[in-house]
Write a protein that binds this ligand. Structure first.
Ligand code: 3PG
Length: 306
């Protein structure tokens, strides 16, 4: 009987836990649930004899793979897999997967909510502005920005996207105007929403060369990863562009400075919550369970990322 570990430092919602359990029970798998742990040693102990593992943003590094003697597959229930050391996974002969698209609607809804929250002065009761008629630029055009496009179009925004990996036709068929230079993102948007992964190429790539181009009233929305921003450049943008605002689904490293100097123009969630909905947890969690079973039973490697 295969043994699977579900290791979630930030647990799935209760209905998702029930559904994941049911999928593994029906397949006859043994389950170990490690939730809300804080010490990596607990993860190392729990992973020691399992065949498969589901995680969220939990860090899976060389030490985890060293501790996992039987591990064959790790599935990140979500989109971004920058928390998995892929080279170490490959070296240990472990397949790594994600579940693309499964939590995207939840993240898109949060991005939209953040745009409105900032446009309305963090609900301070003073006069704000509307999204209708404004230009939204999406940096990256994967699942999340496509959900966000539909919402923004419904509100009456004009939507643009830059994605060097996609053809213009793929973008225009969603009613979105393609941009062809990364600089155009920053000079065009009244709202700019980031949808790029954190990789060696993208880390700190949103630097002063780009942020110097933003319109003074621009609202930058980051539901991606804090690492893609050069925070010195971010602080400079706040200083030089007096109406520039930044909203983020994770606390930036420079949060103390932002709280002290620009409290009305910045906001971040206390804990990453883009994918924190019951629906997204069910989608991503159940997809992860099925991908593990598909791989262990039939060798299905769809969604393998290493
Ligand atoms: C993702 O990459 O899917 C999101 O950042 C969600 O991460 P979480 O599962 O830790 O909430």
């Amino acid at each position: 009987m295969p043994k699977v570990l579900i290791a979630t430092e930030k647990p799935f919602a209760a209905p998702a836990v029930e559904k994941i359990k049911a999928v593994f029970e029906a397949a006859g798998y043994e389950q170990v649930w490690l939730e809300s742990y804080t010490d990596p040693a607990d993860l190392h102990a729990a992973v020691a004899d399992v065949d498969a593992m589901i995680i969220r943003s939990d860090k899976v590094d060389e030490a985890v793979f060293n501790a996992a003697k039987n591990l064959k597959i790790v599935v990140r229930a979500g989109a971004g897999y920058d928390n998995i050391d892929l080279a170490a996974a490959t070296a240990h002969n472990v397949v790594a997967m994600n579940t693309p698209g499964q939590n995207s609607n939840a993240v898109a809804e949060l991005a939209l909510a953040m745009m409105i929250y900032m446009a309305r002065g963090k609900f301070n009761g003073k006069s704000g502005s509307e999204l209708a008629g404004k230009k939204l630029v999406l940096y990256g055009f994967g699942y999340i920005p496509r959900f966000l496009t539909k919402m923004a179009q419904g509100i009456g925004m004009e939507v643009f996207a830059y994605d060097p990996y996609l053809s213009d036709a793929t973008i225009t068929k969603e009613g979105v105007t393609p941009l062809h230079k990364v600089e155009d993102i920053f000079s065009t948007g009244d709202y700019i929403s980031l949808h790029i992964p954190a990789t060696a190429e993208t880390k700190k790539s949103i630097n002063w060369d780009l942020l110097s181009l933003v319109k003074d009233g621009c609202i930058l929305v980051n539901t991606a990863r804090k690492e893609v921003i050069d925070e010195d450049a971010l602080l400079k943008a706040f200083e030089e562009k007096k109406k520039f605002r930044y909203v983020s689904d994770v606390e930036p490293d420079c949060s103390d400075k932002l709280a002290e100097l620009y409290p009305d123009r910045s906001y971040w969630t206390p804990k990453k919550m883009g994918a924190q909905t019951g629906e997204a947890n069910i989608n991503a969690g159940v997809a992860s369970a099925k991908q593990i079973i598909g791989f262990l039973e039939k060798g299905d490697t769809t969604f393998k990322v290493n």
